[in-house]
Design a protein around this ligand. Structure first.
Ligand code: AMP
Length: 933
């Protein structure tokens, strides 16, 4: 086989037969650093037997002999010039020079419009470094794989071409990619056109129009609303060029939707000049007018927008995601939203995420999002990531203080994304890399980065004084012409446009703003958008719903989720779970948690709804209860009973997630805000870890609908319960969620039986409301002998916000009512039964928010005489439901009744670390709750 490879090479390589000294030299370079030699040679050397058979310190003579023998065997030509040791050696140097430009040309590229960057001198880019002398410049050399379309070139021409391709307005970083095809593709697309596109006059006018719009809007706003915060794009104006060209090309490439995520800088410009928000609407926002029907609202530079955009390939739907101030967090949200759209309509939606130079290097969620980009559960076939590098981190920081890497984009190398740095003052180069990036993404389905190197013309906001901290940069910026001016000057000096034409573009744009019009020619009203949110609008929680199902249907589905092919050999423990499920399906064993939960999904899937469930151990369940994926012990293949219900069923997506909370929860939030017709669930490995995603909970889940009118039906399953596993495996921080509850923004539930989890999940989908559901889900209850339900309860019941006492107490004898939620109920029940106590009733509040006043008051009707109430919880007093919900408890009991707390003392840590102490505390709180004081 090696001989075969060598033969191919010998037959095809122009360098074949070049003298051995040259090959030796190349080979030595390869042994030292395989990346230092051209790829063709890497392939050749890798095919040599040295790797496996010849130790590294062996003299090179076997190599010589090997080559000569192969040459002789192949009877191939040996050119006389190639036998000249001098020429052959130079030839190698020329190839090394090409390689040096491919590797490091970007370090000499003219990227900074302000020319303030101090680029290190790169010796390898100097021909002299490779012993290429002036006398060699007129000589023709073979250019190897340099994709200029010629086999040989005089060195001086080659050198100029390399500089033009790799050291102009574009700095291409791609040699870190190990896939040869991808590298070759980039080389072909860059080198064949020497790093610049071919733009007609019409194209150039289009680019100038984009720059005119970018600049025109900011100037107009600056004049009309002086001092008002707008986080101007100025300096990075060519972002508008880049975005519009990307959208245009997306349409031509057959894409139908583009979802964009970005932070505040330049956002108003994108809203008006790309998405087509009317200037009148924006001006109204500046004037402080707002839509009172729409919750608490948000500042104008966080607003999203949707529209259609006409392209030569048809209309493309555009969606700019709403975002909070937390810079990078919107990006996984966008990617989740795109995945939902792709799951619905195929691969026709493109994500574009826009980053800042300091944030992309500084915020960990960027790494998490890159890491997700090629995984099964989160891939979207590549994201085009744009970095607006205005050379200032946050408000005033210079790059030395905001990162430890040369480029702010270095993080992208972790997924071998190509990175195109481009000078923001060269709109043609910007348009060219936009096209290149999109084509790369569409071809290889991988992330790609465009770094728009620019500057920030004003301070952080318009009231800020940038000279105070960046005096030199701002002296330079003051004198520097705007990107529009730079390009207009270029076009007029090349006699492509007259000054008057340039001016009329600016005046025309300003007139449109005066009239409050939409300024995007390509804007079209939204049509044919298949997600209809109308059914979910304007409902309160008391809307009617029914989670019952015919018992025969329940049994049929129960059987289907309990079977698997005979040939699929299960692990004995899993087989036992499935044997039990088969009995549960027949009603011969009461339903446990895993069975009821899987059955809930089956019923929804059977109705045609989709279900997406992700989390770190979701297939199996952290606590071995779910087993929605069956692993064949013979061959490792998998079987999903929930994917095999019927031909008409809805799609079931289940993925073990990457080890992240922040990005994955943001992704699932994005997914569910774009997909109301599926039940979307994220499960934390332990509920404690959800605080790794606190920003998603605070900024999106709990407040997104109020701020932005964006609904989201995401379910968070958070294992919670005090079982002696220490401070980090006990509490899902119930108090944090309850504290965020207001205005019916979400539900917080603590289901305590399989029937309850079954109906709760069904309710979440069937009820035409899409608001987050936060679930404190159990651990030991998954297998608790009392925590079971009958098939009838599943078929004919519903989710009960409050569960009454289950033992047959005589209400008149009850002197005290203990209210509680979750696992502690079973401890209380057990202790009371052991003590044969009949004067204390225990009721469970299964939904803590929205608080079920009515259900409680109905339930308490038979206990009108009871004046002693206890709230019992496992969590310390400063945590759990007592802390945030006691006002609800007080309001729910009769006016003249007393309510006291039974639970752990206030504590800095959620739980103790010692089992013995835990047990003592648990026994004491249960005892306290059952004691009548
Ligand atoms: P998009 O596809 O995200 O551009 O959304 C198109 C339109 O659908 C928006 O203008 C909204 O009217 C509506 N919409 C999208 N997502 C949501 C959501 N999560 N909640 C409510 N309405 C939505």
């Amino acid at each position: 086989m090696q001989n075969g490879i060598m033969k191919d090479w010998l037959d095809s390589s122009h360098l074949y037969g070049a003298n051995i000294a040259y090959v030796e030299e190349l080979y030595e370079a390869f042994l030292e650093d395989p990346e230092s030699v051209p790829d063709d040679w890497v392939a050749v050397f890798n095919a040599l037997p040295h790797r496996s058979n010849i130790p590294d310190d062996v003299p090179l003579s076997p190599l010589k002999e090997y080559f000569l023998r192969l040459a002789r065997d192949n009877n191939s030509r040996i050119s006389s010039s190639a036998q000249d040791p001098q020429t052959g050696s130079k030839q190698v140097k020329v190839l090394q020079l090409i390689n040096a430009f491919r590797f490091r040309g970007h370090q000499h590229a003219k990227l900074d419009p302000l020319e303030l960057w101090k680029q290190p001198r790169v010796p390898d880019l100097d021909p002299a470094f490779h012993n290429l002398e002036d006398s060699d410049f007129n000589q023709a050399f073979n250019v190897g794989s340099y994709a200029i379309g010629r086999e040989t070139m005089p060195l001086d021409e080659l050198y100029r071409s390399l500089q033009k391709t790799y050291c102009g307005s574009i700095g291409a970083e791609y040699m870190h990619i190990t896939d040869t095809e991808e590298k070759r593709w980039i080389q072909a697309h860059l080198e064949s056109v020497e790093g610049c596109g071919n733009y007609s006059k019409d194209d150039q006018i289009r680019l100038l129009k984009s720059l005119t719009a970018a600049e025109g809007l900011e100037k107009y706003l600056g004049a009309k609303f002086p001092g008002a915060k707008r986080f101007s794009l100025e300096g990075g104006d060519s972002l508008i060029v880049l975005l519009k060209e990307l959208v245009r090309s997306s349409g031509s490439a057959g894409l139908k939707e583009v979802v964009i995520g970005m932070a505040h800088r330049g956002r108003l410009n994108v809203l008006v000049n790309v998405l087509g928000k009317t200037s009148a609407e924006l001006f109204d926002e500046f004037a402080g007018r707002h839509d009172s029907a729409w919750g608490t609202g948000d500042v104008k530079y966080h607003q999203g927008f949707s529209s259609d955009f006409a392209t030569p390939g048809g209309n493309v739907h555009l969606s700019l995601a709403f975002n909070p101030s937390h810079l990078e967090i919107v990006n996984p949200v966008v990617i989740g939203s795109v995945r939902a759209r792709q799951d619905r309509r195929g691969d026709s939606c493109l994500p574009i995420t826009i980053h800042g130079d300091a944030a992309i290097a500084g915020q960990g969620v960027v790494q998490e999002t890159f890491n997700m980009s090629q995984t099964r559960g989160y891939s979207v076939g590549g994201t085009v990531r744009i970095v607006i590098n205005n050379q200032i981190g946050f408000t005033t920081s210079n790059p030395r203080d905001s990162r430890s890497t040369q480029y702010c984009t270095d993080i992208a190398k972790m997924v071998q994304a190509p990175i195109f740095h481009v000078n923001g003052d060269d709109p043609q180069a910007v348009a060219f890399v936009g096209q290149l990036a999109l084509d790369f993404r569409n071809t290889f389905k991988r992330d790609v980065v465009v770094e728009l190197v620019c500057y920030r013309r004003h301070g952080h906001n318009e009231a800020d004084e940038p000279n105070a901290t960046q005096p030199l940069m701002y002296q330079k910026i003051k004198k520097h012409p705007t990107p529009r001016k730079v390009y207009a000057n270029q076009l007029t000096s090349e006699n492509i446009l007259e000054d008057s034409e340039v001016n009329s573009l600016s005046n025309g744009y300003r007139d449109q703003l005066d009239r409050g019009e939409c300024v995007v020619e390509e804007w079209r009203p939204m049509t044919g958008h298949s997600v209809n949110w109308k059914p979910y609008l304007n409902h309160s929680w008391d809307i009617e719903y029914d989670t019952r199902l015919d018992i025969d249907k329940v049994k049929e589905l129960a059987e289907k989720i309990s079977i698997y092919p005979d040939s699929h050999k299960l692990h004995p423990r899993v087989r036992k779970v499935y044997e039990d499920r088969a009995l549960m399906a027949k009603g011969e064993k009461p339903a446990d948690w895993g069975f009821a939960e899987n059955l809930a999904y089956a019923t929804l899937l059977d109705s045609g709804a989709g279900v997406r469930l992700t989390g770190q151990d979701t297939g199996r369940g952290t606590f071995f209860h779910r087993h929605a994926v069956l692993h064949n012990q013979d061959d490792g293949s998998t079987y999903f009973p929930l994917k095999n219900l019927s031909d008409q069923q809805g799609p079931f997506y289940l993925y073990d997630s990457v080890l992240s909370e922040e990005a994955v929860l943001a992704f699932e939030y994005g997914y569910s805000t774009a997909e109301p017709e599926s039940l979307v669930l994220w499960e934390a490995q332990f509920g404690d870890f959800a605080n790794g995603a606190q920003v998603v909970i605070d900024q999106f889940l709990s407040s997104g609908e109020q701020k932005w009118g964006r609904m989201c039906g995401l379910v968070m399953l958070l294992p919670h319960g005090y079982e002696g596993q220490g401070p980090e495996h006990s509490s899902a921080r119930l108090e944090r969620f309850l504290q965020l509850c207001a205005e019916q923004n979400m539900q917080v539930c603590v289901p305590s039986t399989p029937a309850q989890v079954y109906h709760m999940l069904r309710r979440q989908h069937i009820r035409k409301i899409r608001r987050p559901l936060i679930v404190m889900s159990p651990k030991s209850l998954l297998r608790h002998p009392t925590a079971v339900s009958s098939l009838d309860e599943l078929a004919s019941g519903r989710f009960y916000n409050v569960l009454d006492e289950i033992d047959e107490l005589i209400p008149e004898q009850v002197e005290q009512i203990v209210m509680c939620a979750g696992k502690v109920y079973y401890d209380l029940l057990d202790a009371r039964r052991k003590a044969e106590q009949t004067n204390v009733a225990i009721i469970r509040i299964e939904q803590l928010y929205p608080f079920p006043y009515e259900d409680i008051s109905q339930l308490l009707e038979k206990y009108q005489h009871v004046k002693q109430f206890v709230w019992c919880q496992e969590e310390p007093q400063n945590q759990g439901a007592w802390y945030c919900s006691q006002h609800h408890f007080f309001a729910a009991i009769p006016d003249n009744a007393k309510l006291r707390y039974a639970g752990r003392e206030a504590s800095a840590s959620p739980a103790v670390g010692y089992m013995s102490l835990h047990l003592e505390q648990q026994r004491a709180l249960v005892q306290d709750a059952l004691t009548i004081k």
